[in-house]
Write a new protein. Structure first.
Length: 111
């Protein structure tokens, strides 16, 4: 039985979050948490929180063994984009897109 946790509308671009997510896919939950703890990236903290939440959901809600959990799937999808404008020369403006992401982590028990 797989258990998932999702964090929505995080102020991290999905492209940067996917770099961190690729490091933990398929790893044991404890090993993935250790990797995220020592990864010097802004997205590592957010992905770590989602992983911790998924493990807590599995243990508390579904009575799974924490030692057997592994990251079955994880992905970062595009969230809403905040649109801002910066003044430029001659009265014009340039668009600034502040991208957000929805991060999902799915954990499951190894047999």
């Amino acid at each position: 039985m797989e258990v998932k946790s999702t964090a929505k509308t995080l102020r991290i671009p999905p492209r940067k979050a996917r770099i961190v997510i690729d490091l933990i896919r398929g790893k044991d939950a404890a090993e993935a948490a250790a990797i995220l703890k020592f990864t010097p990236n802004v997205a590592a903290e957010a992905v770590g929180k989602v992983l911790k939440s998924a493990v807590a959901n599995a243990v508390n809600n579904h009575d799974m063994d924490e030692e057997k959990l592994y990251v079955k799937a994880c992905y970062a999808n595009e969230g809403v984009t905040l649109k801002r404008f910066m003044p430029r020369a001659k009265g014009s403006a340039s668009a600034i897109h502040k991208r957000t992401s929805h991060i999902t982590v799915v954990v499951d028990e190894r047999d």
